[in-house]
Design a protein around this ligand. Sequence first.
Ligand SMILES: [Cu+2]
Length: 443
Amino acid sequence: MKIFKIKLLPAALLLALSGGVGTVNAAVFVQCPGDDNGNAIWDEEEVQPAANTKCMHLIAGDSFAVMSDDNPLYIFGYGDQTGTLASEVIKEGILDAEWPGPTVELEQNDEFYLSLTNVGTVIRPDLFDPHTIHFHGFPNASAVFDGVPEVSISINMGATLTYYYNVVEPGTYIYHCHVEATEHMEMGMLANLYVHPLQDVTGCVDALGAPNGNCSVATRKGGTDPGAPTGYTYNDGDGTTAWDVEQPLQVSAFDSEFHDASLFVQPLPFAALKGDYPQINGRGYPDTINPGIMPPPADNWASIVGADGEIHPAGKVTGNPGETLNNDTPTQLLDSNATVTAGQTLLLRLSNVGLDRFYTLTAPGLTMKIVGTGARHMRNAAGDKNLYREVASVNFGGGETHDVLVDTTGVAPGTYFLHATELHQMSNLTQLDGGMMTEIVVQ
Ligand SMILES: [Cu+2]
């Protein structure tokens, strides 16, 4: 089945976005204080910003991701073009969508300028969907930056908007596109987002901001106290959310039938949404423990039986088994590995961006302590009692996040599994022993 000649499409789309004449950079306008050439970073000759100013340039577009059973799925997503000249962003951003989107990691008190350029969906040139960025559960400077299309601005193909965030509340969040949310989120416009607390810089302080001696400056912010942790999860004032190693783990599931329907220009089965590729950080086991970046996606080598029983022949996208997709650009950049030395505390920043069900995660042999949920430190209203919960498993729904500490004091060195408790979620479509599972190594 030969559906698209993909290599020709980027040029065609580029031409369309540029109107056929002139340059395309007219529409890509990056707002980043002190950055003159629009690459969202500060070159040597440019005015250097205040330390708490951060810029990033994302694209919204499409690409392919390959599931652990070799099945390439069509996705929408975000890609990172920070450092690319504004004039080059559309060209470089086409087919550059990542799965999940680029992780956004911030510090409390940052001022964050996040530009989003819509480079269009080159695999579906019949679509002209706008996109947005919605920081889920995040206190925003203004509704205009909230990304909800009904109450703010959406970004059309070829256009750029710079979102501004005054980052005041630490915690684990998620971000996603809010345009036609069910479709765009199912297609992959989802990513990790978290904010480190001011306590990393100040150490524990009292209500008036004076050091109270309960904990010292985190080593990630230059702390030299031998007992200091790498960081804290919240401004706890008592050091109880300290961690040595952190790992964001975003759970989700792709519905292969939905993605194939989008690829083959069929009606989308919204009401029938059912994730059959459960994943962590955009991969099913064993790819979850494959360190670093996965190779660029390639067309399937062998035929695949779809969820609907339909048989997709080898090379379902291009007709050529093994042909590299995305112009050789990798899509799946995030592993889910965590390695700690016995005695250290591991912070798992768990988020669920699944669309159609709750997930329950467990890690047999390890104790999980929930210290925050929904980017809120778990403490009573009076502020004098921690409401942490030690649990054997975490059950949560789409849009929920949990900050989970795993204290490995007294834990025997070895490899521990973190996985979904429902057995069918540990599979990649028809492939057994995969899906929502990763490994935590205690050494
Ligand atoms: Cu979108």
